[in-house]
Design a binder for this molecule. Structure first.
Ligand code: NAG
Ligand code: NAG
Length: 348
């Protein structure tokens, strides 16, 4: 009986694979067909603070915000797994997922619950109409997706009792305990903390029309602005709300629609508002750029120094390169967190 079942399954899978490969299924359909394995349950170590099940706001919890959509789902699943696996108090992590209101929230909800039956999470639909009118086209079209701007709106989307959040992109994995990152001090009333790169050419993030207009370039007059990547941030949501930073970012986006002051998508408004006034985070928490060169798609190496978080920012994504059989060497570090259920894995 068992072998009959196995044969039947194999035959079925064979046909499913033919169906997959035979036709003109578009990318969206294919991604919604993805099936994911169930992750193991992760347990708190004995010294973790106890959190009430009903307390959705506990300051003892680590609150993590991420966006969730069908295109990057495989990346998000890997990121979630990596966070849990390296945490000493995984049951004290509360995830806040922002999805496009137009997307299939119930599909994302079901997918998450079946792979992570013990995950504590909330889904927040983001009405992209709010931001669609503010987006001007950037040099990389993937950056124009409204959900990419959701990080500007976390303070409004999340319950007001959530005071501090770790925001994470979907194209990264942690290899260290997120509670260390979440505990980053925010001195001098800093609203957010992120690794800073003061050797990067900051001028290059803005256009000559920005720098040649004194009323604009004076924005940075009283600070020493350095580049930071908005894919990994610790944000004090109380200070954000008090300073209404959502509006400050939107004001720069409004200006960008009228005169081009930068080229990339959601990053430059963050630099305009915060660069030079952020809390420091060790570079180990954002080993970025592993996606490779934006124009030629070349592989990148790690930056020198220790690593707590690997970030495939840039054009290339490890799952896409693995599927195309053209992985970069460092993509092997992402693979252990991949939860995608392949037809071959199902057979095993
Ligand atoms: C997700 O599913 C759970 C039940 O499994 C339900 O209680 C919750 O409302 C759903 N959330 C969304 C946003 O659909
Ligand atoms: C920094 O970038 C600007 C604008 O792209 C360029 O004009 C300038 O030469 C660069 N500076 C250095 C030191 O590379």
């Amino acid at each position: 009986m068992a072998s009959m079942a196995a044969i039947t399954t194999t035959v079925l899978l064979f046909f499913i694979m033919i169906l997959y490969s035979s036709s003109t299924i578009n990318a969206t359909t294919t991604t919604t067909q993805q099936r994911f394995k169930e992750a193991p349950k992760f347990y708190n170590s004995p010294n973790c603070p106890a959190i009430q099940q009903s307390d959705k706001c506990s300051d003892d919890a680590v609150h993590v915000a991420m966006t969730l959509d069908a295109t990057y789902l495989r990346g998000s699943m890997a990121a979630i797994l990596s966070v849990l696996q390296h945490s000493s108090c995984p049951e004290n992590i509360l995830f806040h997922f922002v999805t496009a209101a137009s997307s299939s929230t119930s599909f994302l909800n079901t997918t998450l619950s079946s792979s992570f039956p013990y995950l504590k999470f909330q889904i927040y639909p983001f009405h992209d109409a709010a931001v669609a009118g503010l987006i001007s086209t950037s040099i990389r079209s993937a950056l124009d997706c409204p959900l990419n701007y959701a990080r500007n709106y976390l303070a409004n989307l999340l319950p007001s009792c959530v005071r501090r959040i770790v925001y994470l992109d979907s194209d990264l994995v942690l290899v260290d305990d997120i509670s260390k990152l979440a505990a980053t001090p925010l001195p001098n009333d800093a609203v957010l903390a992120a690794p800073e790169y003061c050797n990067a050419n900051f001028s290059a993030y803005f256009t000559p029309s920005f720098w040649s207009n004194p009323s604009l370039s004076l924005t940075f007059a009283s600070r020493r602005p350095c580049y930071f990547n908005t894919g990994v941030m610790v944000i004090d949501l109380e200070r954000w709300r008090a300073g209404d930073y959502t509006t400050k970012i939107e004001e720069w986006m409004e200006l960008q629609k009228r005169m081009r002051i930068y080229e990339l998508g959601s990053l430059p408004p963050f630099l305009l508002v915060f660069a030079g006034n952020i809390g420091p985070v060790d570079h180990r928490w954002n080993q970025h750029g592993l996606g490779g060169d934006n124009f030629r798609g070349l592989c990148r190496d790690l930056h020198p120094g220790p690593v707590s978080l690997l970030h495939w920012s840039g054009k290339g994504k490890p799952w896409a390169r693995l599927d195309a059989n053209r992985p970069c060497p460092l993509d092997a570090l992402w693979t252990p967190y991949d939860l995608l259920q392949t037809p071959f894995a199902l057979e095993a």
